[in-house]
Write a protein that binds this ligand. Structure first.
Ligand SMILES: NC(=O)c1ccc[n+]([C@@H]2O[C@H](COP(=O)([O-])OP(=O)(O)OC[C@H]3O[C@@H](n4cnc5c(N)ncnc54)[C@H](O)[C@@H]3O)[C@@H](O)[C@H]2O)c1
Length: 432
């Protein structure tokens, strides 16, 4: 099939690469010419495991192209994906400016029947709005499909190639059939392709992210209660997770969720529900708990050193909002570092992939280490903020030697309290 993907970000580039991997002809479109030129030159604008190799191979084999010429890409395609950002608007709603702008541009470029696919996460009713915009701009036939994306950054290629399910919202059987055919090669192991109405497809995405965010905030509150009563959240988590109705995933407490999806999607679902006069009470609490949780590690640091951190150097391990990505959108590391700086601390940070992004956020306000152990030199404490694999089993003797005082604040519970005590560290984690 001939496919255009508009928006070459964390989602669009993965979608484009994976569809081309199956033999489709794909052109990825972005208005950011810098990104397009990088990709044409074989360089990656983002870090995502396994993506670079797939992009390079399909580009070389001429199944995957990059352009900033949206009209040209639309004319040459049968299916056009919209995968642009839907950031949080000022009132918490999803900002649909990019989606609507792209829909209009697609409509103006049409030269025959096109299937226009909403891949971006968009509020219920957006497919209908896109339909109206396109109808206004063209006399050519078209269908609008809602095809929300469930991939996880850090495992995006795998998730797209082997999805748990594919959701297709389509009112038009011809478009639904085409979308099913496009996705069949990805679901040979039996994952369901679910065809439904557009509003249900749109809501499925928000409901999935919202329940995952709810699990995280819920366990963060359980961890906070563990701290108050001297219970061990690891034990509680294992006991709770072994109930098959609950499951073991997303029960790890920490410093709050971040990223470009959960925070904005929780707020957007709350917001568009309230547009219909429905108060989504649980999600308001999920969001409030998350805001609170982002301050928990700093409170623990304060409890140890006192309110002022003047003269203290804090090493930070992990800046990305989660491991295996360079993405720092809404990363808990940002408010944590800002709070430490406001209290007068000096911050030395290290992340395996997010250093470039971090420099754009903090500039010269913090120092950046090129190796994980370098960040520890003369530090009064280490704060673990992202649970990258390389932090899990470090050389503790080396850490102790490098630091001014052996103090660790573990925001991801990756070390064992008994072991840390035996090694002579002052160790604080979440809910243990
Ligand atoms: N990041 C994730 O893990 C993830 C997962 C599932 C769904 N989503 C959803 O997918 C959508 C995209 O997310 P993302 O993380 O890929 O965003 P992103 O910011 O990484 O990428 C968006 C891209 O769209 C481009 N763009 C914006 N306006 C454009 C226009 N008019 N013409 C051409 N290109 C344009 C931007 O330059 C950017 O490169 C969002 O709705 C998001 O909620 C994201």
């Amino acid at each position: 099939m001939r496919i255009a993907v508009v928006g070459t970000g964390y989602v669009g580039l993965v979608v484009g690469a994976c569809l081309s991997e199956n033999g489709n002809d794909v052109v990825c479109v972005d208005k950011d010419l810098g990104k397009i030129e990088m990709l044409r030159a074989g360089r990656m604008p983002i870090y995502e495991p396994g993506l670079e190799e797939m992009v390079r191979r399909n580009h070389q084999e001429e199944r995957l192209a990059f352009t900033d010429d949206l009209p040209g890409a639309v004319r040459d395609s049968d299916i056009v994906f919209i995968a642009v950002g839907t950031p949080q608007g000022e009132d918490g709603s999803a900002d649909l400016r990019h989606v609507m702008g792209v829909a209009r541009e697609i409509a103006r470029a049409m030269n025959g029947y096109k299937v226009i696919v909403n891949k971006s996460t968009v509020p219920v009713g957006t497919a209908e709005k896109v339909r109206e915009i396109v109808r206004r701009e063209t006399t050519h036939p078209f269908s609008v499909v809602s095809n929300p994306e469930f991939l996880k950054q850090g495992a995006a290629v795998d998730d797209f190639m082997k999805p748990d399910r594919v959701v297709i919202g389509a009112e038009d059987p011809r478009a639904a059939e085409l979308m099913v055919k496009l996705h069949q090669p990805f679901t040979r192991t039996g994952a369901p392709i679910m065809v439904m109405d557009c509003p249900s497809a749109e809501l499925s995405k928000y409901a999935s992210n919202a329940i995952l965010a709810t699990k995280i905030s819920f366990m963060n509150e359980i961890a906070n209660v563990c701290d108050l009563f001297g219970a061990d959240v690891d034990r509680v988590r294992q006991a709770v997770g072994s109930d098959k109705r609950i499951g073991t995933s997303f029960l790890f407490p920490g410093v709050g969720y971040g990223g470009s999806c959960f925070p904005k999607d929780v707020k957007a679902l709350t917001r568009f529900s309230s547009d219909k006069k429905y108060e989504f009470k649980i999600l308001k609490a999920v969001d409030a708990v998350n805001e609170y949780q982002k301050r928990v590690l700093v409170s623990k640091i304060e409890a140890h050193f006192g309110k002022s951190l003047k003269g203290k150097t804090i090493a930070i391990w992990g800046l990305a909002f989660k491991p295996k990505t360079d993405d720092m959108r809404e990363a808990p590391a940002i408010p944590i570092i800002e709070a430490l700086l406001a209290k007068g601390a000096k911050v030395q940070a290290y992340d395996p992939e997010a250093m470039k992004v971090a420099k754009g956020i903090f500039g010269s306000k913090i120092t950046y280490s090129t190796k994980n152990y370098d960040a520890l030199k003369n530090a009064d404490a280490l704060a673990v903020v992202t649970e990258w694999q390389e932090f899990r089993e470090p050389d503790f003797a080396r850490i102790k030697k490098l630091m001014r005082t052996p103090v660790i604040f573990d925001g991801r519970n990756i070390y064992q309290p008994e072991q840390m005590k035996a090694l002579g560290f002052t160790y604080t984690s979440i809910g243990r």
